[in-house]
Design a protein around this ligand. Structure first.
Ligand SMILES: C[S@@+](CC[C@H](N)C(=O)[O-])C[C@H]1O[C@@H](n2cnc3c(N)ncnc32)[C@H](O)[C@@H]1O
Length: 215
């Protein structure tokens, strides 16, 4: 996501200090201490402006704590400001690159990972940058709980196909696969992202799969 430089970024980030985990490595293995309730931890990677997070955390049946990770501060600040404006509880942010995840979370600490409309990096030489490259998947597998899952949504058939191969290569079990989420039995209860709304309005199908650590 290319974003314009934001005015007053530093003071704005400072005003969001209560929702930003500034030194996440200090909480490795004890992120649960940061939340008011004892619940499974959901992690969204590449949260963008945070629409998905806000919808997920507003669900009436919510039974999880939530961390949104985003590496671009210009997107992160918008997500944090909107989350604060909506007074969302038990939802925090980390400003980091997903490549460093295993420094941040300990083994088995995360119940669910969401990868929503990750950058496709279409050229073969860019494959290692895709967030479903096996180098990333190995880290996700380590930080996921034994019954943990990755939920992937994308508009990009090539990234989807690549991801299915990488999941299988890393021993994940594929579930609830659909090539058209919005016209499938899984549409009900789906929380959309900013990118998803845009692609759906253009009539594009959304690909979705759950990759589980065990069957
Ligand atoms: C195409 S946007 C999608 C944003 C949002 N998930 C949505 O669906 O509307 C991809 C987002 O992932 C973030 N991102 C890409 N690579 C990342 C990485 N290695 N670590 C953390 N965030 C990353 C980008 O900065 C961008 O905000």
């Amino acid at each position: 996501m290319r974003m314009r430089k934001k005015k007053n970024l530093i003071p704005r980030l400072e005003r969001c200090a209560d929702v930003l985990i500034a030194e996440p490595r200090e909480y490795r293995g004890r992120f649960s201490e940061l939340f008011s309730r004892n619940a499974p931890l959901y992690l969204e990677i590449g949260a963008g402006k945070g629409a998905f997070m806000r919808k997920m955390c507003a669900r009436e049946d919510r039974d999880f704590n939530y961390i949104a990770l985003e590496k671009v501060p210009e997107a992160l600040i918008m997500a944090m400001e909107k989350a604060k404006a909506e007074n969302i509880a038990d939802a925090l942010f980390i400003s980091e690159d997903a490549a460093l995840l295993s420094e941040i979370f300990s083994e088995g600490e995360v119940a669910r990972i969401f990868l929503n409309f990750s950058d496709p990096w279409p050229k073969s030489r860019q494959a290692k940058r895709r967030l479903t490259h096996e180098n990333f998947l190995k880290q996700y597998k380590t930080i996921l709980a034994p019954d943990g899952e990755i939920v992937l949504k994308t508009d990009n058939p090539r990234l989807f196909e690549f991801s299915l191969c990488e999941f299988s290569k890393c021993g994940f079990v594929l579930k609830e696969l659909t090539l058209d989420l919005h016209n499938s039995k899984y549409a009900e209860g789906n929380c959309t992202t900013e990118y998803e709304d845009r692609f759906v309005s253009l009539g594009q199908p959304i690909y979705r799969v759950i990759a589980a650590k065990r069957a």
